[in-house]
Design a protein around this ligand. Structure first.
Ligand SMILES: Nc1ncnc2c1ncn2[C@@H]1O[C@H](COP(=O)(O)OP(=O)(O)O)[C@@H](O)[C@H]1O
Ligand SMILES: [Mg+2]
Length: 284
């Protein structure tokens, strides 16, 4: 499942982290992959991208085109959550954005370059049967890293903060994604999603313009918008300051009502996604 949108701050990483942890706590075997050179997902799981993740220890090690490429299994790390493993990221992931156009342009690289979009899908193959769900946290742009995630994914979650500029930026993202997808399909890429959903993030009920934007988004995307929005909560942002999720902080650190409201919203969102996963597996 890819969590994508090229708007930074739309809540991709927060959503991906809480979803991956929720699923792991529920007993699924989960692999979270950090595709963002800024590596917030890694940091949230205790891997400081500058200190704890050395050269060739990110996803880049597994998807690079040269002979230093290594199996994905070698860059997978255990997290403190039983059942949740993570492939960390750091700034070296940027090299994939530079390498890919060179490989595409070079005559020698042949098929490897022409099928770059299948890169992630290919390297996931050997570990696929060790996991029930793979959560891909995309960078905030529609570059090659996001493309390989969109091609490897079988489900897509687009996070959207309900504000005018964010929604305009999302519509650009969707348009560009449509263009890119049709090119990739022509090149032989297979893109088939069991489901695509929009998740309203950082929503404030009391904010009139936001509520209008939510109404607008729902009128446009209908049932493709998750019924439950993720509410804006200081419990989430404060937990983030100490690189934690709501599942890690203690309830007594917060006003109980604040914590409970955030947890309730989170459970509702994650529950809805879990139901979509079950449906795609053919379970009710
Ligand atoms: N539901 C929420 N309530 C409060 N703050 C949030 C919420 N979701 C995300 N944030 C904060 O918003 C910022 C951006 O979120 P993030 O998930 O990193 O976005 P992205 O990955 O799309 O760039 C972070 O500081 C995060 O703590
Ligand atoms: Mg992010």
């Amino acid at each position: 499942m890819a969590v994508a949108n090229f708007k930074g701050g739309s809540g991709k990483t927060t959503t991906a982290a809480h979803l991956a942890q929720h699923l792991a706590l529920a007993g699924y075997r989960v692999l979270a992959i950090d595709l963002d050179p800024q590596a917030s997902l890694s940091a949230l799981h205790g891997f400081q991208p500058e200190f704890d993740v050395k050269r060739n220890e990110t996803l880049y090690g597994a998807i690079r085109y040269d002979d230093e490429q290594r199996p994905l299994s070698e860059v997978i790390r255990k997290t403190n959550f039983p059942g949740l493993d993570l492939v960390p990221g750091n700034i070296e992931l940027m090299d994939f954005e530079y390498d890919t156009p060179l490989v595409l342009a070079s005559k020698e690289s042949g098929a490897v370059g022409r099928t770059f979009f299948a890169r992630l899908d290919e390297v996931l193959g050997p570990v696929a049967d060790q996991y029930d769900v793979v959560v891909l946290d995309c960078p905030p742009q529609l570059g090659y890293l996001t493309m390989i995630a969109l091609c490897a994914a079988t489900a897509l979650l687009v996070t959207v903060h309900p504000q005018m500029l964010d929604v305009m930026s999302m519509s650009q993202f969707l348009q560009m994604m449509g263009d890119v997808m049709s090119h990739l399909k022509k090149a032989g890429g297979t893109i088939r999603y069991d489901w695509v959903r929009y998740l309203i993030t950082r929503y404030e009920h009391s904010d009139g313009p936001q509520t209008d934007m939510v109404t607008f988004i729902r009128s446009r995307f209908g049932r493709h918008v998750l019924t439950n929005p993720m509410l804006k909560s200081v419990a989430i942002s404060d937990a983030g300051l100490t690189k934690q999720t709501l599942y890690e902080v203690e309830r007594r650190q917060f006003t109980p009502a604040t914590y409970d409201r955030a947890m309730e919203a989170l459970d509702a969102v994650n529950g809805e996604i879990e139901a979509l996963i079950h449906k795609s597996w053919g379970r009710s």
